[in-house]
Design a protein around this ligand. Sequence first.
Ligand code: PLP
Length: 437
Amino acid sequence: MKKLSNDDIAHQRKKHFLPTAGHYHEHPLQLVKAQGALVWDEQGKEYLDAIGGIVCISVGHHHPKIKKTMIEMLENDEIQHTSTLYFNRHPVRLAENLLRHLPDHLSRFHFTNSGSEANETALMAARNATGETMVVNLRHSYHGGTAGTLANCGHHTWKFRAQPVTNVTSAMEPYCYRCPFGQKPESCALECAANVEATIQTTTHGKIAALIAEPVMGVGGFITPPKEYFEEIVKITHRYGGKFISDEVQTGSGRTGGALFLSTELEIKADAITTAKGLGNGAAIGAVVMSSEMAESLAGKMFFNTFGSDPYQTMQAALTIEIIEEENLIENARVVGAYLMDGLKQLMRSHPLMGEVRGRGLLIGIELVKDPVTKEHATQETLALMDLCRDKGLLLGKGGLKGNVIRIAPPLTLNQKQADFILQTIDRSLSELGKKQ
Ligand SMILES: Cc1ncc(COP(=O)(O)O)c(C=O)c1O
C-alpha cells in the first residue's frame, strides 16, 4: 500500500471524516511502527509512547508472544471470524484468565468491541435486574461515545446538541484538588460521598437502577478519589436498590499497580466491572463481568454482538493477561509508577506550573495551573508542553474538563531508564516553557 504524507492524510480527513476526528499536537503525527514502549513516525523519528496508544498498550507494542501466536493462527488458517453462534476456545480461555483476578461473585462475562458497549451492557443489565431506570453518574466522568454512555458523560465538550439525556442524574465529583465543597483531603468528611445520597433523595423517586463510576476518572484527568469514597458510595447504591458498576476501561489490566482490577485492589464491592483499552493490548475488545443475579435476569431475551468474542481479539486479550502474570507487570507498574510519581513530585518544587501530581501505578496525571493559589487552568501551556516533549521524543496524553492535565499511561513494561527519560524530558520542557512566558 502506498505511503501517504501528512498533508495527504490531513486533506482526506478534512474532506471525508467527521469533523470530530481531532488529533494531538499542532503538527499532527503519523505513527507507522512500534516495538515495546517505542513508536516511530513516517520520517523514522523515535518516540517513547508514554500514553500507550491511548491507555491501551499493557504489555508493550508487538509483544513477541502475541505476534508469534497471531502469525501461527493465520498460517494455520485458524478461523478469523466466528460469532458466539458457534463455539470457540479463545473466549473461554480469556474468561478463565480473568476469573483468576476477580472475586467469586463476579463470574458472568460478555465480550464486546469497545468499552462503550461494555458499559451499555452493564447499564442495560442493571436496569433489567432492578426494574428501575435511573442511573447515577459522577460529574467529570466519561463512559463512552454511545447514546447511553454519553447520557452519563460529565463533560459538555463530549456531548452533542439534542441528544436525549434521560433517566440519569449526576452527583458531585470526588475531585480533591478542586473539591466542589471547598474541603481539603486531610480534614474532609467525604461530603462528595454524602452528595450521592442527597442526589438520589432529591432527584429520583428513591430507587435507582445503578451507579456507574470510574475508580480513577480517566478522561476527567486521572482524578483519584480515596478508597473510603468507594466504600461509602457502594453502600449508598445498594441502600437505594441499585447495582454498582465499576468502569475499569482505563484502570483495568493491572495498570494501577495493585491488582488486575482496581476494584479488587480497593475492595470495591461492584456488581459489575467493565473493561477495555489495555485488556487487548491494542486489540478492539471490551468486556463486562457481572454477578449471576444480574446475568440471569437477562435470560429469555436475544442479545448479540457480531464481533464480540472474536477469536483473534479474545486470543490477544487472553495472552495479554498471561504475559502480565508471567512478567510480573502489575508489580512493575507499582514500582516504576511510584518511582515516576516521586520524580514528578520532586519536579513540582522547581516548576510552579505543576499544580498537582496524582494517580495510581502507571496511571499518572499532572494538573497544570497558571497559579498554584488561584489554580487557574493552564490549558494552552498543556498543549505547548506536549509539543515540546514530542520534539524531544516523548509522547504524552492530555485530559481534564479544561484540557489542562497531562496524562501518563505507558506500557506496564516501562523500566527505570525510560522513567528517567520521561522525567528529564518533562523537566527540560517545563524549563523551556517557563522561559517563553
Ligand atoms: C473510563 C472509560 N469508559 C469507557 C470508555 C469508552 O471506551 P471505548 O472508546 O472503547 O468505547 C472510555 C474511553 O476512553 C473510558 O475512558
